[in-house]
Design a binder for this molecule. Structure first.
Ligand SMILES: [Zn+2]
Length: 153
């Protein structure tokens, strides 16, 4: 791909990157975790659940924090709201993964762009093909590269 084509691609990736970051910045409330319906025994010896006449059903929010799993009971009236908030969390994480993939593509394209500009500039100036030096490109002992800090004359 030519330098000009890669430049276009870079700018397109940069616009997509900006769009994604703006969407992320515009995120609303969200809650980490997932909702599960569970059936439990409450532990009271006199309860119906202890006598095998039906367990208690409720909703449970489960999430991981600092490497540990945590849960909290969600009251039934809050179910729709919490379900929406956990969906918002998952959507955000998905967007975050898209952003990471885009950033990897951006870095790779930057490297290819630099390569293309190097090749095109060398061609224009007759400086050889670039890349790994061939035997024809080996330096004469008299033309050692300047050390860092030394000026080129
Ligand atoms: Zn019970």
């Amino acid at each position: 791909m030519s330098g000009a084509a890669l430049r276009k691609r870079l700018l397109r990736l940069a616009r997509r990157h900006r769009d994604l970051v703006e969407r992320a910045a515009g995120a609303g409330p969200m809650v980490r975790g997932s909702l599960h319906r569970v059936e439990t025994r409450c532990g009271k010896p006199t309860c119906r659940c202890a006598r095998g006449r039906g367990l208690h059903r409720h909703l449970r929010l489960t999430w991981r924090a600092r490497g540990r799993s945590a849960t909290r009971r969600v009251p039934a009236p809050q179910e729709p709201a919490v379900a929406g908030l956990t969906r918002a969390w998952r959507a955000f994480r998905s967007m975050r993964r898209d952003l990471a993939a885009l950033e990897a593509e951006l870095r790779e394209t930057l490297d290819r762009y630099a390569e293309a500009l190097d090749i095109e500039s060398r061609k224009r100036l007759g400086l050889g093909a670039g890349g790994a030096p061939t035997s024809a490109d080996r330096m004469e002992p008299s033309e050692k590269p300047p050390r860092a800090g030394e000026d080129l004359v």
